[in-house]
Design a protein around this ligand. Structure first.
Ligand code: SF4
Length: 310
């Protein structure tokens, strides 16, 4: 694999290899809650999560699925000339409610001729037998990706984030999906920058990823959004976000140790609403952050998998 242009394996390249052309994700919201927000087993809202459950298009939350798909598709067509799409069931936890409902929603998404597959967001404690059955059935017909928000492999950090699950549960859930539905394209979301985390832990995280049956990762720095528990922790000095260079360093170390065949969705977090970001300020400059990260890796002659033994 060549890293001439960019020093990592971007998901856009994976999509091109898989579909033979560019595909764009249409982010939709079919769920309006999750185990944390429901307070199951004494759980609490994750400390970084905003009131929209990370939905990309909060204004679409109330709309029927067909309207959401068409609205975002029109934007992507107009802005980027997009022709083929994956419908991404993103906000909150899409697998928390009845699987029969999710099945109908997937069928609706696939009824659009230019939709070439679906991406389903979930979390480690929402992988039921019925969901696995649905995945198996759907993979026989179309491309199915599952993105699991597991955020960290460190149980202290998971407690700090109030995730309500352990690293062991995350690994078990991934292995369960891969075992039952080997055709599923499996990804995980990670967040770097919690208190107590070190560069060495970024290396260990990559090694944990390398041993897992996953195909892609999505990287975020821990940023503070308005009206979140983390905003309160930030206000009273309990949480200090990483400086830009410190994040670049951690992200670079992670990528250097990550298997080369694991595609990478994005390199940093993005606040879906421009006025929602509290800190760090550098986070609001999306392109500068991305370009800065690429330059940082180039200056360090770094590329994905350079130090991976797999
Ligand atoms: S990050 Fe996901 S699981 Fe956590 S509170 Fe938000 S929607 Fe729920």
């Amino acid at each position: 694999m060549s890293f001439d242009a960019i020093p990592y394996y971007p998901i856009s390249r994976f999509y091109k290899e898989r579909f033979g052309h560019k595909v764009y994700k249409i982010s939709v919201a079919v769920a309006d809650t999750c185990p944390n927000r429901e307070g199951l087993r004494g759980m609490q809202t994750c400390n970084f999560c905003d009131q929209w459950g990370s939905a990309a298009y909060a204004q679409n939350l109330e709309k029927p699925l067909s309207e959401q798909i068409e609205a975002v598709r029109d934007i992507l067509r107009a802005k980027r000339g997009a022709e083929k799409f994956l419908v991404y069931f993103q906000a909150y936890t899409s697998t928390f409610s009845k699987v029969s409902r999710l099945r109908e929603q997937i069928e609706l998404a696939l009824s659009y001729k230019d939709v070439v597959g679906v991406v389903i967001g979930t979390r480690p404690d929402c992988v039921s037998a019925a969901f696995l059955e649905l995945c198996s059935e759907m993979t026989a017909r179309t491309f199915v990706a599952v993105e699991m928000g597991l955020q960290s492999f460190d149980n202290e950090i998971l407690k700090f984030m109030r995730r309500g699950h352990t690293a062991e549960q995350s690994v078990a859930a991934l292995e369960k999906i891969a075992g039952a539905c080997p055709e599923v394209n499996l990804g995980i979301h990670l967040i770097f920058g919690s208190p107590g985390e070190t560069d060495e832990m970024a290396r260990e995280t990559a090694e944990r990823c390398n041993a897992l049956p996953i195909h892609n990762v999505k990287l975020h720095h821990l940023h503070v959004l308005k009206n979140t528990p983390l905003a309160e922790q930030y206000a009273c000095g309990e949480f200090v976000p990483l400086e830009r260079e410190a994040y670049f360093q951690r992200c670079m170390i992670f990528l250097q140790h990550l298997r080369r065949d694991i595609a990478v969705h994005r390199l940093s977090a993005l606040s879906p609403r421009w006025d929602e970001l509290v800190a760090p300020a550098w986070s609001s400059y999306k392109m500068e952050t991305y370009q800065g990260m690429l330059k940082y890796m180039k200056d360090n002659n770094a590329f994905q998998g350079q130090m991976s033994v797999r």
